[in-house]
Write a protein that binds this ligand. Structure first.
Ligand SMILES: *[C@@H]1O[C@H](CO)[C@@H](O)[C@H](O)[C@H]1NC(C)=O
Ligand SMILES: *[C@@H]1O[C@H](CO)[C@@H](O)[C@H](O)[C@H]1NC(C)=O
Ligand SMILES: *[C@@H]1O[C@H](CO)[C@@H](O)[C@H](O)[C@H]1NC(C)=O
Length: 405
């Protein structure tokens, strides 16, 4: 009896973990979602079709997936299939995966003499000849069948279910209101972590007339985005940062000054349509991580107590006037990130010192090397002690710090 209960328990757990699904009529193969499109199309049309689902052309990044294609299309009279690879040259390192994760150096199954971008920059999977399953280049305007690929997901009642997240389209609100609304749905404004997710977001608006939507990030620099859900910036599609604000928008149309799918920073107050995102499964508001503190605008802290959150600027007391005292600064950023500090200007008296510590206090390791103009911490905090021992006022220093990965 006991073992029966245990068995039931194990099988229900196994079932719980095994509710992997594919949406949109895609087939689950090897933990990937594939769908065959038999009508021959040129490479651009094939890519566009996949993009409409938020996916890309299939990418076989290992031998198992590469073989799986053979059995997946085994019953059809098909000789070739477009793949999600594009070559800018005739070396494996010059053939890029559609999902922007790198080149075919990680795995390839090119036929002898390939890649050869002289024949064509697009790549197809050959089902004829011997051995089958090899890759060859072809002119991108040729027409052939293709397979689109989507990431798998798990069951949830939501309609827009992609890669283990549910997405919700909501009506125009300012940034702060939008984030609050998302939190009420046990989510956050959408953060975007891959080219695929970016395409998916654009795809869910393809039949709607909007030019832009709000996404859940703010950008004070072109290479620094803070997501309101607290996730790490690991993908960036920012085209320009605005002069009128720091809140992110995604363009949904190609116009003379915007690119579909690209991100722009504008003001935070104009109401815009927006997207919320939460993980699939039972909504559990308590498990939603608290949003991070709002990013600090770049402001010069001459000598204020408390912690300075990256990005920011620190400078000697009274800067740009001569300093007449010392100061201590604690710099910090999100947990997985590091602090990069660099001095824009430094002119202090010989008996004054800037001690920099690789941690939260003066007990942390002292950063060696005087006159080091730039330093990156090993953790997410840095402590700086500016000691005024000379009693001689001097111009001082000014340093900028960033959050880096
Ligand atoms: C691809 O096919 C579409 C539809 O047939 C056509 O409009 C487009 O011009 C073609 N593009 C190329 C590069 O061949
Ligand atoms: C493009 O120009 C239009 C009209 O001037 C403006 O409303 C829009 O914000 C601009 N978009 C970008 C990304 O600068
Ligand atoms: C600190 O240095 C930066 C970069 O040189 C500069 O833009 C900024 O104005 C300086 N801050 C002050 C208060 O002078």
């Amino acid at each position: 009896m006991k073992s029966l209960v245990l068995l039931l328990l194990i099988s229900s757990i196994a079932y719980g973990y095994d509710n992997t699904i594919c949406k949109n009529g895609f087939n689950l193969v090897n933990n990937k979602c594939w769908k065959l499109f038999q009508d021959p199309a040129n490479h651009t049309t094939a890519e566009n079709t996949c993009t409409q689902y938020g996916g890309s052309l299939f990418m076989a990044k290992n031998a198992i997936d590469n073989r799986a294609i053979l059995s997946f299309v085994g019953g059809y009279q098909i000789d070739s299939l477009w793949m999600g690879i594009f070559c800018i040259g005739s070396d494996k390192s010059q053939c890029y995966w559609d999902d922007q994760t790198g080149t075919t150096v990680i795995y390839d199954n090119f036929a002898t003499g390939f890649p050869n971008s002289g024949i064509g920059r697009c790549v197809y999977y050959s089902l004829s000849g011997s051995p089958r399953g090899q890759w060859l280049n072809e002119d991108c305007t040729e027409k052939m069948p293709y397979i689109c690929e989507l990431p798998t997901t798990h069951t949830d009642v939501c309609d827009l279910n992609f890669n283990d997240n549910c997405y919700f389209r909501l009506d125009a609100q300012p940034f702060n209101v939008a984030q609050k609304q998302c939190e009420q749905m046990c989510g956050d404004m959408v953060s975007i972590h891959s080219a695929e997710e970016n395409r998916f977001i654009a795809s869910i608006y393809q039949d709607l007339p909007y030019d832009y939507i709000r996404i859940g990030g703010v950008a004070t620099f072109s290479d620094f985005i803070v997501w309101t859900d607290g996730t790490t910036m690991d993908y960036n599609n920012l085209e320009r940062i605005g002069v009128n604000g720091i809140c992110l928008y995604m363009a949904l149309k190609n116009t003379y000054n915007s690119t579909r799918g690209a991100w722009y920073a504008f003001d935070c107050s104009t109401p815009y349509n927006y997207v919320c995102k939460r993980p699939v499964g039972e909504p559990n508001c308590r498990s939603t991580p608290a949003p991070p503190p709002p990013p600090q605008p770049i402001a010069t802290a001459t000598c204020t107590s408390g912690v300075h959150v990256a990005p920011g600027v620190i400078s000697s007391p009274g800067y740009p006037h001569y300093y007449t005292s010392g100061c201590q600064y604690t710099l910090t950023t999100f947990g997985p990130n590091k602090i990069r500090l660099f001095f824009n200007y430094c002119n202090i008296s010989p008996n004054d010192y800037i001690y920099m510590y690789d941690g939260e206090s003066a007990y942390a390791p002292l950063i060696p090397g005087k006159g080091t103009w730039t330093f990156t911490s090993t953790g997410n905090t840095m402590f700086i002690n500016f000691k005024y021992g000379s009693n001689k006022p001097a111009p001082g220093f000014n340093a900028t710090f960033y959050s880096v990965f």
